[in-house]
Design a protein around this ligand. Structure first.
Ligand code: FNR
Ligand code: LAC
Length: 348
């Protein structure tokens, strides 16, 4: 079989490869999955406005995130339980992507690459403090504090197919002790339902790391994030897995970007499946975009090699798209490079 040539191919192969009782957890969203579908659909409501006769013989995708140079404005979103897809799990992803994840051995796997620690504040605050301390010691340079999970969304596919967290799956941070039915997953993700804006300063003070606030969908919260010292606002609906019926990441992006201006960096995720999607995100105000399920699919299909390949595919698409758009760097992509797609209305 030939290698997948795009993200959609990885989705198709992953669905054929992974046990449906496991795949439901990765593929699915919450409720009616309106927000899950909205994520990808949002990208087709914008079209690109390319400029011609621009010298694009030298294109660089490099940019900086929180002052750290990165090779492209696209990263791997944090996602849980990767060992259900590949024996190496997070280590394979970290090696392939040198991306953010959650534990010391993962930090080692990602070498010198910049890495951020995704954090849930648990009900057990001491565990969270210990985790922050471990993260600092392991050289993570920022905390991605996910704030859209005070309660776990209801994932009905998991319920229907009987998804269970296997007994032997290591979940060091949450320390699940027994197999969990999807119904009791919220018992295992003991995130604190009592977290408030004041706690943000507590996390920042304890960690002494820049905070990326993940899961913001409104200008109101974006402004509060800035007020409370967030280094970046990460616009996301958690891959349509939390509150169903909310905006797609891309749809919430312009109001957030406009609200924060240049006071902090803005990122977005949800439904990015093509390099050209990243271009649209940049045009609408994101400094960088992130992908979750495309990486999960590639990990399931071909382990570390798969993750490397899917990131290379997206990188190539992004580079080609940037050049054809008439830009030589991510910074050149502006609001004028996109317009809303309107149905063609032929003249009478
Ligand atoms: C996630 N996501 C997530 N986010 C987070 O902050 N902490 C987490 O532990 C997880 N876990 C998780 C598991 C799985 C299986 C998925 C699919 C997603 C959300 C993730 O970071 C990201 O917001 C979305 O996946 C982005 O949407 P796409 O790229 O999957 O469409
Ligand atoms: C999820 C949690 C773990 O989306 O973030 O399943």
């Amino acid at each position: 079989m030939t290698d997948p040539v795009n993200v959609a191919d990885y989705f198709e192969r992953a669905a054929q490869t992974v046990d449906p009782q496991v795949w439901c957890y990765f593929e699915g969203g919450s409720g009616d999955e309106v927000s899950l579908r909205a994520n990808a659909a949002a990208y087709s409501r914008w079209r690109l406005r390319p400029r011609m006769l621009v010298d694009v013989s030298a294109i660089s995708l490099e940019t900086t995130l929180l002052g750290t140079p990165v090779s492209m404005p696209l990263g791997v979103a944090p996602f849980a339980m990767q060992r259900l897809l590949d024996p190496e799990g997070e280590l394979a992803t970290a090696r392939a992507a040198a991306a953010a994840s959650a534990h010391a051995d993962i930090a080692e796997a990602s070498g010198d690459a910049p890495r951020w620690l995704q954090l849930y504040v648990l009900r057990d605050r001491q565990r969270t403090l210990d985790h922050i301390a471990e993260g600092r010691e392991s050289g993570y340079s920022a905390l991605v504090l996910t704030v859209d999970m005070p309660l776990l969304g209801r994932r009905e596919r998991d319920l229907k197919l009987g998804f269970q967290i296997p007994d032997d799956l290591p979940l060091p941070y949450i320390r699940a002790r027994s197999p969990a039915l999807a119904e009791t997953m919220s018992e295992h993700f003991q995130t604190s339902p009592a977290l408030t804006w004041d706690d943000l300063e507590w996390v920042a003070a304890e960690s002494r790391l820049p905070i990326v606030l993940k899961g913001i969908l409104t200008r109101e919260d974006a402004l509060l994030a800035v007020e409370h010292g967030a280094a970046a606002v990460y616009v996301s609906n958690h891959g349509g897995r939390q509150l169903d019926g909310v905006a797609a990441g891309l749809d919430a992006l312009p109001e957030v970007a406009e609200a924060v201006g240049d006071r902090c960096e803005v990122y977005v995720d949800g439904g990015i499946r093509r390099g050209t999607d990243v271009l649209k995100a940049l045009a609408l105000g994101a400094r960088a975009a992130f992908v979750g399920r495309p990486v999960a699919c590639a990990l399931a299909v071909d382990g570390e090699r798969g993750v490397s390949r899917v990131l290379a595919l997206l990188r190539d698409e992004l580079e080609l798209g940037l050049g054809l758009l008439g830009c030589t760097s991510p910074a050149e992509v502006s609001r004028s490079h996109v317009e809303p797609t309107v149905p063609y209305d032929p003249p009478a």
